[in-house]
Ligand binder design. Structure first.
Ligand SMILES: [Zn+2]
Length: 107
């Protein structure tokens, strides 16, 4: 997966094209991610004995990662990432980071 939780992404397809948002959750096996404020769906909730009132709630639906591009906060534009392995280790694994191909900033 190229997208991680907490990333800022640009939506490049669909109704929300051009919006940016923060990744709230990633479903790596489905290649989908929930992006804050993007792809809202209306969902009817049923009134139950336990829950409060029934009604319509709006909720973000997962977006396929092919519709997302990582957004670099440094150059304020969508970017492709490169990977770089830093010296040293982190938690016993090679310290691999993603860097912006344009400005070289770690994203
Ligand atoms: Zn950049």
């Amino acid at each position: 997966m190229k997208i991680k939780k907490g990333d800022t992404v640009l939506i490049i397809a669909g109704d929300d094209r051009g919006k940016t948002g923060k990744v709230l959750k990633v479903f790596s096996e489905k290649n989908r991610a929930i992006v804050e404020g993007v792809n809202f769906i209306k969902r009817h909730t049923r009134q139950t004995q336990r829950a409060q009132k029934g009604g319509i709630i709006e909720k973000e639906a997962p977006v396929h990662v092919s519709n997302l591009m990582l957004y670099c906060p440094k150059c304020s534009s969508p970017t492709k990432v490169a990977h770089r392995v830093l010296a040293g280790e982190e938690g016993g694994k090679p310290n691999k980071v993603r860097i912006c191909r344009k400005c070289g900033e770690i994203v």
